[in-house]
Design a protein around this ligand. Structure first.
Ligand code: IPM
Ligand code: MG
Length: 369
């Protein structure tokens, strides 16, 4: 068997810092579990713009297409605010998603027991929470045409287009149903069918996929605004939520915060299977580049480490080793180690990025003793 390839794109802000901790975890697997990866590293976002004048070069894009999995840190920063839209760091990430056709974005919102008091919601509302938002990632208003800022009469008009084809809805619905079967067997689909035609079609297609191929999975539909309300009221009613690109962007940030910290949550963006049967895949933390704390060793590397765990599970068939990483993270949290974002009601032991990474490594090593 050839060594699986992993392309690492640390990106901007805290991206490189948190990725340094993931590299320790990757090295640990090589040293202790006989799991080696052919790792290469490249630039994306503002870092790529600074070096090459573009947020993603064609060479990097080609490497991403060839990799067994891509691991990304974060993109963006105030330094790039005034750049033309096509050159912004975010365009690098959007190009990766679009050209790799990563249509199913899995965003788990899981409440770690040690952090149940950190949420802005009451403990009993969030304790034990374990839901996944499946966000459509390659279409909708993020990519729809026409788009732009035009002039009409004596004023300008900003235009974006929400657009979904039946096949785009069909394939992401299947991803959600498949995932639900491996979990709580429940899917709630969210759109605005009361206001938007794209929502009417979304609801119809999800229902049809369900009735034809996934009738064993419990399906409900909710308007996305009501869904946001229900997520805050009683999130444990959900198992898998499937929704479009824009609603998924917002709902996943809201769901993430329920768990106490955005610094904890990983994500996987999956496309169609490659010739080896594995999906094309990009893994990244849900948090952004956090320019305000970049370079200070304050960032929480856990979301990025857990993103690598998702890669172990979804790209490399190493579900047990993924669980090993997740358990190590739980141990470290239970031991009270806290990066700045996790400093909450229980005090805990303040640690920096590097110490948090080392603690995870220590817990990994202990798990094999
Ligand atoms: C996310 C981010 C991105 C998005 C940005 C950075 C383009 O908010 O992954 O949720 O809007 O999709
Ligand atoms: Mg977002």
């Amino acid at each position: 068997m050839t060594t699986p390839s992993l392309l690492i794109l640390p990106g901007d802000g805290i991206g490189p810092e948190v990725m340094a901790e993931v590299r320790k975890v990757i090295a640990w697997f090589g040293d202790h579990r006989g799991l080696s990866f052919d790792v290469s590293e490249d630039l994306v976002g503002g870092a790529a713009y600074d070096a090459h004048g573009t947020p993603l070069t064609d060479e990097t894009m080609a490497k991403a297409q060839d990799a067994d999995a891509v691991l990304l840190g974060a993109v963006g920063g105030p330094k790039y605010d005034d750049l033309d839209f096509s050159l912004k760091p975010e365009r690098g990430l959007l190009r990766l998603r679009k050209e790799m056709d990563l249509y199913a974005n899995l965003r788990p919102a899981q409440c770690f027991d040690a952090l149940a008091d950190f949420s802005s919601l009451k403990r009993d509302v969030v304790a034990g929470l374990d839901i996944v938002i499946v966000r459509e990632l390659t279409s909708g208003i993020y990519f729809g045409e026409p788009r732009g800022i035009i002039t009409e009469g004596n004023e300008r008009v900003g235009i974006n287009t929400q657009r979904y084809t039946e096949s785009e809805i069909d394939r992401v619905a299947r991803s959600a149903f498949e995932l639900a079967r491996r979990r709580g067997n429940k899917v709630c689909s969210m759109e605005k069918a009361n206001v938007m035609e794209s929502g009417v079609l979304w609801r119809e297609v999800v229902q049809k996929v369900h009735d034809e191929d996934y009738a064993d999975v419990e399906l409900s539909h909710m308007y996305a605004d009501a869904g946001a309300m229900q997520l805050c009221r009683w999130p444990k009613q959900f198992d898998v939520i499937v929704t479009d690109n824009l609603f998924g962007d917002m709902l996943s940030d809201a769901a993430a915060m329920l768990t106490g910290s955005l610094g904890m949550l990983p994500s996987a963006s999956l496309g169609a299977p490659m010739s080896n049967g594995r999906p094309k895949a990009l893994y990244e933390p849900v948090h952004g580049s956090a320019p305000d704390i970049a370079g200070q060793g304050k960032a929480n590397p856990i979301a990025c480490i857990l993103s690598f765990a998702m890669a172990l599970r979804y790209s490399f068939d190493q579900g047990d080793e993924a669980t090993r990483v997740e358990t190590a993270v739980e141990t470290v949290l239970a031991n009270g180690l806290r990066t700045g974002d996790l400093m909450g009601p229980d005090g805990g032991t303040p640690v920096n990025t590097d110490q948090m990474g080392d603690a995870v490594i220590e817990a990994l090593t202990a798990s094999t003793a």
